[in-house]
Ligand binder design. Structure first.
Ligand code: 13P
Length: 295
């Protein structure tokens, strides 16, 4: 397999008392920036893609981009499909050589949850891949998947039992976080993460990382979380870098919106600025999650 195992990097993180950043990249530029951050920080990294991103670029093209970016890199790079309610797409990315998938069964009727999870876990394991599961829904909408309504709630024991019965490798439970920017302070549940960690060795995943404080992350990591998802912050870094570039390079005194109004007429400089902003954002999380220097 060209990519590292999600389960192995998360098990190492749990043993080492740190978490691995799982960063939702949107294209080849951001994907390279995150891999560059991992290499510079000597950190494992999880390149995560939404279903929407895979559909926009096409599976083959984005897989090749990830392979090229991680070729020759000395740190573990995991390629992971985020929140996927479509079992056929999960199988397709596993066939394409991805490390892992998040099978999202939160919107399925109860009687379909375990059969679908068992099917994808067997399929993945036969091919050396790993499955993260979402049974309760993480609140918020991410790239068109999800909702602000609670669809299902389980007890800690129920979720651990479902994971054990179906062969799931990682658990993404509701821990008080949500996708996107917080409109009010979330009621975080690190103690719930601790209850999972006390009952099972299955790595615990924290979704909705954007907007939490360094102290919040430290508390969750201490409680046993070993994969932390960041998406919105990448989008902010990517778009703000473009906005800064425009502000710094547009010369309104030229009075037109043609190419002569730009101090820099070099698209590569804009692409580089976005790369650097995303790389620096990723490096910051590697430091906060204490994965820096561990790979
Ligand atoms: P944020 O968009 O809040 O960073 O959440 C990311 C996430 O959980 C992706 O699955």
């Amino acid at each position: 397999m060209k990519f590292s195992s999600l389960l192995e990097v998360c098990n190492s993180a749990r043993e080492g008392g740190y978490a691995v950043p799982a960063i939702n990249v949107v294209d080849e530029n951001s994907l390279r920036a995150v891999v560059d951050a991992a290499q510079e920080c000597k950190s494992a990294v999880i390149l995560q893609l939404s279903v929407k991103t895979v559909r926009q670029w096409g599976l083959q093209q984005i897989t090749s981009a990830a392979e090229n970016a991680s070729a020759g890199v000395s740190v573990p790079v995991v390629l992971h499909l985020d929140h996927c309610p479509d079992i056929d797409l999960c199988k397709e990315v596993i066939d394409a050589g991805w490390s892992s998938v998040l099978m999202d069964v939160s919107a399925l009727p109860d009687e379909q949850v375990e059969p679908v999870l068992s099917e994808i876990c067997s399929y993945a394991h036969e091919r050396g891949a790993t499955v993260e599961i979402e049974v309760e829904n993480i609140l918020g909408v991410e790239d068109g998947v999800g909702t602000d309504e609670v669809l299902r709630s389980c007890t800690v024991d129920e979720l651990v039992d479902i994971a054990k019965r179906t062969g799931a490798d990682l658990l993404a439970p509701q821990l008080g976080t949500a996708h996107g920017l917080y409109k009010s302070d979330p009621v975080l549940q690190p103690e719930r993460a601790g209850e999972f960690a006390a009952r099972t060795d299955i790595p615990i995943v924290l979704h909705g990382g954007t907007g939490l404080s360094d102290a919040d992350f430290a508390t969750f990591i201490e409680a046993g979380v070993s994969k932390i998802n960041i998406s919105t912050d990448l989008k902010v870094a990517y778009i703000e870098a473009a906005q800064r570039f425009v502000t710094e390079n547009f010369d309104p005194s030229c009075g037109s919106i043609g190419i002569d109004s730009w101090k820099s007429k070099e698209p590569l400089a804009l692409i580089q600025a976005q790369h650097d902003a995303v790389r620096d954002m990723a490096k910051r999380y590697m430091r906060i999650f204490q994965s820096e220097g561990r790979a």
